[in-house]
Design a protein around this ligand. Structure first.
Ligand code: ADP
Ligand code: MG
Length: 315
């Protein structure tokens, strides 16, 4: 069985969201212990991860240091976080594998994801990123061409395009490494967004790709059997946060789409996970799992978590 495991922000930071290097290393160790458990069961795992807090921190450095060192574009920030998190995950995974007596090589790939230059997201940016700023500082950045929105008491926040991932351009390298026995970390943060210009060349763009939608595309591209989205809750929940809250267990994809259409899953958090889980199954994947790290192995073995299955399956 091949699993594409997408690690959420909480798997890469402290539970309270802090992202000091030691917090990130500790969180990676917890996540990679779970991955090593899967590998020990002969489950093939390809790993991807979010990068929101890390990119947010790089943007602060850009803003504070702009008078001293040139700010780098958002696609560079994405590439930098893929490299750093890939490095941290490889170290953590190799230590966890050693504890199991497993000798597997690991690799982290700087991965580009092609998006469409005509994606509507570029016309109307909607994805909030980075830290809040007071109005006067935000307006300076608006003058530099960035889009910032007034979010009331918390201050102003930058919004960027979140285009649809169209193609994981470096998937062939992932495939080759997997075929050679490597445990691969790829397409962090959904991949570095690039567009193809009319002359055929590739160019990074100021955007962020939803990591869960990137994960679904990577899962299909590398022919995974199961897409697993590991987050900080054990299930997707109906009527979330209300007295009627009810966990979603194993569910046909058509029913999950109905729940989503009825507004059960918040757009900035659980919504894209549910969308990614549904897409993977609609496009031929065997099943998608949404759960937390503590329930990962059980959920992959069919015991727990939210599991989206093809509507034709009798469950
Ligand atoms: P990650 O950082 O792991 O990618 P997010 O923080 O974006 O994940 O999304 C997970 C969060 O989604 C949960 O912690 C929960 O607060 C929130 N959430 C919103 N709606 C729901 C829902 N219907 N069911 C479960 N969690 C939900
Ligand atoms: Mg989160």
């Amino acid at each position: 069985m091949r699993v594409l495991l997408a690690l959420g922000g909480n798997a890469m930071t402290n539970a309270d969201g802090r992202a000091r290097p030691e917090d990130q290393i500790a969180a990676a160790q917890v996540a990679m212990a779970a991955v090593a458990d899967l590998l020990a069961q002969d489950v093939e795992v390809v790993i991807t991860h979010g990068n929101g807090p890390q990119v947010g921190n790089l943007l602060v450095k850009n803003e504070l240091a702009a008078a001293v060192v040139p700010p780098v574009p958002l696609d560079w920030c994405g590439a930098q976080t893929q490299a750093t998190l890939g490095f941290v995950l490889m170290n953590a995974l190799e230590s966890a594998l050693a504890e199991h007596g497993l000798a597997r090589r690991t690799a982290a790939l700087v991965t580009r994801t092609r998006v469409d230059a005509d994606d509507p997201g570029f016309e109307k940016p909607t994805k909030p990123i980075g830290h809040f700023l007071p109005a006067d500082q935000a307006l300076v950045l608006v003058e530099h061409g960035e889009t910032w929105e007034d979010r009331g008491d918390k201050g102003w926040r930058r919004v960027v395009a979140s285009p649809e991932p169209v193609e994981i351009l470096d998937a062939p390298a992932v495939q080759s490494l997997v075929a050679d026995g490597f445990v691969v970390v790829a397409a962090g943060g959904g991949g570095i967004p690039v567009v193809r210009d009319p002359d055929g060349s590739l160019r990074g763009v100021e955007a962020v790709i939803d990591k869960d939608l990137g994960a679904a595309l990577l899962a299909r591209t590398v022919d995974a059997d199961v897409l697993v989205i590991a987050t900080d809750v054990p299930h997707a929940v109906l009527h979330y946060g209300t007295p009627e809250a009810a966990d979603v267990g194993t569910v046909p994809v058509a029913t999950m789409r109905e729940y989503a259409a009825a507004g059960h899953f918040a757009s900035g958090s659980m919504g894209p996970k549910v969308d990614a889980a549904c897409r993977f199954v609609e496009q031929g994947g065997a099943r998608s799992v949404i759960t937390d790290l503590a329930h990962l192995t059980a959920a992959i073995n069919g015991d727990g978590g939210t599991v989206v299955v093809p509507s034709s399956d009798q469950t």
